[in-house]
Ligand binder design. Structure first.
Ligand code: GUN
Ligand code: ZN
Length: 440
């Protein structure tokens, strides 16, 4: 197959930015990237590659742009686009007042199907080429999301939400239905193309002991699945779940008791963990999805990022739409910076971008496939163009190096700067995504 060549400025991560300074972030002022058959074939300095015989005459030359790896969103709810920006409530009331009613609409298969297409288009328009996604408790909503992701060629992990108590009746399943429907979805979709399945108990508050047992059973039966759920987001939630599971020593212990804790577990939020819970995350190799936009919007609290990273816990950045107020991971990075500022920690641009690319791929055990631009990886990449946002363009004229530039993108950028996304080497221009009705 013909190789596509792009010559541009290029940035990505070779390794964890916690390692030796400056060895992790790799930047080419004049780089070339090639891909064919959905995979990256070449990444080099353009002049060095030309000297070694590469014909650059067919390369698209974009010295004005910056090529980055596609963003990964480690925690997002496909059915919650309609509740973004809903006023006035904290987590438990927000769920009852806005979120459960919105998810109830997904009983209608047509609404579910249309939303799945719109959601996938919207992710790509925001430069998110992979995600770990909650659907609803209706199995068909998971089916529709996988179908839409497959059409787009995206690497995506998703699961049917398991919930059998403490929500409107029509949203509840039963332990038996949870087992039957999850197993059917797993058999059909897990490992199909670029798709993967996550067992998805919503959180301890909406699953009975019998249902958490089923979730553990699924993970034992299919050991290469992921687990995704919520953990320790809000103080009222923590106090309430403690009354539901008085036998548990703390919130994490509820999940531990049912085998819902391991290196393929991804817990969203983790804001109010005890030292013991943090240590048990480290010991298990479990990952945290950091959702700063959501955490600020719902007033849930401030993730102790520095502490989690120091403990060696993999942290991946996430939007948590619809509690998060947008799908743009650049804006998640900007919000993450503010969360850290409030704790006297100056989050660097490299660390922020790492958490949305290679760091997220590592946290989700997808590093073999995605996360950076190393030859052999799947060709999920972005053409960023900061000049599309006038104020950002003005700021960029004064940036002295790539770190300052990345910091300007995360502080002032939005989806307008995502000029183009490539998914498995296929260019997705925004105009080619008619399902996503952009306002701009
Ligand atoms: N905890 C349980 N369900 C949810 C949800 O849908 N969003 C958030 N932010 N937290 C949750
Ligand atoms: Zn969530």
């Amino acid at each position: 197959m013909k190789q596509t060549l792009l010559r541009s400025r290029i940035v990505h991560f070779r390794d964890d930015i916690a390692g030796p300074p400056d060895s992790a972030l790799e930047y080419f002022e004049d780089g070339v990237i090639g891909f064919a058959d959905g995979h990256i074939t070449l990444l080099d300095d353009a002049r060095r590659a030309a000297k070694q015989g590469l014909d650059l005459s067919t390369a698209e030359h974009r010295p004005d742009a910056l090529i980055s790896c596609g963003f990964i969103d480690a925690h997002v709810h496909a059915p919650q686009l309609a509740v973004m920006g809903s006023y006035g409530e904290k987590l438990l009331d927000w769920l009852q007042k806005y979120t459960f009613p919105a998810e109830l609409r997904f009983a209608d298969e047509e609404i579910s199907r249309q939303n799945a297409d719109f959601f996938i288009d919207a992710l790509l328009a925001h430069g998110t080429t992979s995600a770990m996604v909650f659907t609803t408790s209706f199995a068909h909503s998971t089916e529709h999301l996988f179908e839409a992701a497959q059409r787009a060629g995206m690497r995506l992990i998703a699961g049917k939400v398991l919930m059998d108590c403490n929500a409107p009746d029509a949203l509840l399943d039963t332990p038996e239905r949870a087992l039957r429907e999850s197993a059917a979805l797993i058999e059909k979709w897990h490992g199909r193309g670029r798709l993967g399945y996550a067992v998805t108990p919503r959180f301890a508050g909406t699953s009975s002991r019998a249902q958490l047992t089923v979730a553990g059973q699924l993970l034992r039966n299919y050991p290469d699945l992921w687990l995704q759920t919520h953990l320790s987001e809000n103080r009222d939630e923590i106090a309430w779940t403690a009354t539901l599971f008085p036998e548990a020593s703390d919130y994490l212990n509820i999940y531990e008791r049912y085998g819902l804790h391991g290196e393929r577990s991804v817990y969203a939020h983790c804001i109010h963990l005890t030292a013991s819970e943090q240590q048990r995350l480290t010991d298990a190799g479990a990952a945290v999805a950091f959702c700063p936009s959501s955490n600020l919007f719902l007033g849930s609290g401030l993730l102790e990022l520095q502490q989690l990273r120091e403990r060696g816990i993999p942290v991946a950045l996430a939007t948590d739409v619809g509690a998060g107020t947008g799908l743009c991971q650049l804006q998640s990075m900007g919000e993450a910076y503010k969360v850290c500022q409030l704790q006297d920690y100056a989050l660097g641009a490299a660390e922020a971008f790492y958490m949305a690319t290679l760091g997220a791929a590592r946290a989700l055990h997808l590093e073999r496939y995605i996360g950076n631009l190393a030859p052999g990886k799947e060709a999920d990449l972005l053409l960023l163009n900061g000049s599309r946002v006038p104020l950002l363009r003005e700021r960029l004229r004064h940036c002295r190096n790539i770190r300052e530039e990345l910091f300007a993108y995360m502080s002032m950028g939005d989806e307008r700067i995502i000029e183009r996304a490539y998914v498995s080497g296929v260019a997705i221009g925004k105009s080619a995504r008619p399902g996503y009705r952009q306002s701009s």
